[in-house]
Design a protein around this ligand. Structure first.
Ligand SMILES: C[S@@+](CC[C@H](N)C(=O)[O-])C[C@H]1O[C@@H](n2cnc3c(N)ncnc32)[C@H](O)[C@@H]1O
Length: 215
């Protein structure tokens, strides 16, 4: 059994509303118990984008609303963020956003799912600053290779971080894996994206944001 996790286990106390949406049956939330149903919908849809570790889910939800022709998926272990996002899906009635509550590494990297994405988003993944914790990074060398295996021919990985050292390590991994990457500092695409919680934190702390697009 794997013991190195890319997230910190936290105890969350869900509100009654959040508990209800997580436990009720619906067609937009999946978890370990309904894993095979989730794997099935991943296989049928085309024109797909997946955000891993979407946190509070604001930017994922907004992207789904603004791009109704794209099938969006989100994977997150943080129950409060999942519940918030599900409530928004329910209230808005949008049909192009499906959520998986669980570990993306367990779901996607321990075995292969037959699916390809046009876009894989990693927005401010946990930086795991201390050197001894670097191995917990979601975008490690071996994980990145496997995530890239999920890209369609025209697919890209979009990665943002406010941790310079994480940015440098991903650059190095890309160089080692002979992956071409583009640094998108102030492109209109980047400026149009809704700021995420961790992006706002980084900006408030005066850190610069690195943004990469690679295959
Ligand atoms: C630093 S937060 C960033 C959240 C959001 N993207 C933002 O920018 O505000 C990283 C998120 O990734 C999630 N996460 C980390 N590893 C994960 C994994 N293996 N599967 C699913 N979610 C994961 C954590 O639960 C956390 O919510």
């Amino acid at each position: 059994m794997r013991t190195i996790r890319s997230f910190a286990k936290t105890r969350t106390r869900l509100s009654a509303n959040h508990k209800k949406i997580i436990n009720q049956e619906n067609d937009f939330l999946f978890s370990e118990k309904t894993k095979s149903a989730f794997e099935k919908i991943l296989q049928v849809s085309e024109n797909k984008a997946l955000e891993i570790g979407f946190g509070e889910g604001d930017s994922l939800f907004e992207m789904a609303v603004n791009n109704p022709d794209t099938h969006f998926f989100g994977i997150e272990v943080y129950e409060t963020g999942v519940a918030r996002t599900c409530l928004k899906i329910e209230e808005s009635g949008i049909k192009n956003l499906k959520i998986y509550l669980g570990d993306a590494v367990d779901l996607m990297l321990d075995k292969d799912i037959e699916t390809k994405f046009d876009l894989l988003l990693f927005l401010f993944p946990d930086p795991w600053h201390k050197r001894k914790h670097n191995k917990r990074r979601l975008l490690s060398s071996s994980n990145l290779k496997k995530f890239r295996g999920y890209l369609s021919k025209k697919g890209f990985i979009f990665f943002r971080t406010d941790c310079q050292e994480y940015a440098d390590s991903v650059k190095k991994i890309c160089n080692d894996q002979k992956v071409e990457f583009q640094e998108l500092e102030k492109s209109p695409l980047v400026n149009r994206l809704t700021h995420t919680k961790y992006q706002r934190k980084g900006i408030r702390a005066g850190r610069s944001i690195s943004t990469f697009l690679f295959k």
